[in-house]
Design a protein around this ligand. Structure first.
Ligand code: AKG
Length: 382
């Protein structure tokens, strides 16, 4: 097996390298030190009492493991509030009493048999780009890397892209790749986590389409006969450190010491094309419109029969293209408008390639929609 240690570098070093090579986050993972301690909220987000007061009322699921990515794995889950989950964390031996009547999948006996703690990885804190949380944890993505999330319509409403992850030793996020071609960061505020990563080039060694992903801690050579050919990148993330995970890198994360982290998915100039091409957000948007066609009624060139007929991904892409055209129609020259134009360009060439919308058709549509019919439905769909 080929093992490599994830490099640990101070922020200044990463910034120097990123200025020369904007793609460096996709070439290898990095653990970066020396910036999150400066976040205005760094101290308070290390304090479980503060987090309980702030987010205790939010409802979520806690699961063991965090989710499954191999069809032979088992999962146990409960519905919980964050406050109740913190009670469980304080005394995991009382899981049976704390979660009586809350089991969604499996039960307390199965949890004990699994030997994994519950992991509350589904807390939804942020719903929009201007959420005040971002001021407390700024910068999440330091320059010159930066992120363009704020300019991408519905980015925070179609998917969750910000997680507060509080976990017990042994809590497990199995090997997976993130949706939507995003870059991920895991910022460690308390405790320690151990990460194992594989590059997109090694996917055939660690993913079996019939089964799912490899367990790097217990590789099954029958399902993954070439797993030893993959390069395994490993590293521990300590308080004050941030792990960056490039687009489509598979990652497996285990909590070693009781942990508080913040995880964030982002898009910038290096992965906007991958984001545009992703089916996941398009499918969610398409299905949302199919369920509620009134969201676009009178605002777009799409009639109800077309909405009904279109596959969700194609529909989501078309609506997003309309929203983007409408948003940039004024010819504004802001950074946001430039990002949206670029996003639209990626989307249009993809739609032309996949014959979802012929190029001619797309041009005609620009004219039609510039008349004002397609007012951006941004607020409506949030
Ligand atoms: O910290 C963890 O347990 C997993 C985080 C993760 O996989 C992610 O943010 O994509």
């Amino acid at each position: 097996m080929h093992e490599r240690a994830i490099p640990v570098v101070p922020l200044e070093e990463l910034q120097r390298l990123a200025a020369r090579n904007p793609h460096l986050l996709h070439e290898r993972p990095w653990i970066v030190t020396g910036y999150i301690e400066e976040w205005p909220g760094y101290g308070s987000w290390q304090d479980l009492d503060f987090l309980r007061r702030r987010f205790g009322h939010l409802r979520a699921f806690a699961k063991a493991p965090n989710f499954v990515t191999n069809r032979k794995s088992r999962l146990v889950s409960v519905e919980t509030s964050f406050a109740q989950y913190l009670d469980y964390m304080r005394d995991p031996g009382r899981a049976g009493a704390i979660y009586a009547g809350c089991w969604m999948e499996g039960d307390h006996d199965e949890l004990v048999a699994l030997g994994l703690p519950l992991y509350c990885g589904t807390l939804r804190i942020v719903h929009r780009a201007d959420d005040g949380v971002f001021d407390e944890l700024a910068p999440l993505v330091p320059p010159p890397i930066g992120d363009w999330n704020h300019a991408l319509p519905y980015y925070f409403s179609l998917f969750n892209h910000f997680w507060l992850l509080v976990s017990l030793p042994g809590a497990l996020t199995p090997l997976h790749r993130d949706n939507n071609g995003t870059i991920a960061l895991i910022a460690q505020l308390q405790g320690r986590k151990r990460a194992v990563l594989y590059s997109p080039d090694d996917l055939p060694h660690i993913h079996n389409p019939d089964v799912g992903y490899l367990d790097p801690l217990d590789p099954d050579p029958a399902d993954f006969p070439t797993w030893e050919s993959a390069v395994q990148w490993t590293g521990d993330i300590e308080p004050g450190q941030v792990l960056f995970v490039g687009t489509r890198w598979a990652h497996h994360v285990r909590t070693i010491e009781t942990s508080i982290s913040v995880s964030y998915d982002f898009v910038n100039q290096t992965n906007l094309a991958a984001y545009a091409a992703s089916q996941e957000w398009a499918e969610v948007l398409g299905n949302r419109i199919k369920r509620n066609p009134d969201l676009v009624a009178g605002r777009s060139a799409l009639d109800p029969a077309e909405i009904d007929r279109s596959p969700p991904v194609a529909l989501g892409r078309r609506v997003m293209a309309q929203v983007l055209r409408s948003a940039v129609a004024g010819g504004e020259d802001s950074e946001t408008a430039r990002i949206r134009r670029l996003y639209l360009t990626h989307l249009q060439s993809l739609m032309a390639e996949t014959a979802e919308e012929p190029v001619e058709d797309a041009r005609e549509r620009v004219h039609r929609e510039r008349e004002g019919a397609a007012a951006a439905a941004l607020e409506v769909m949030r």
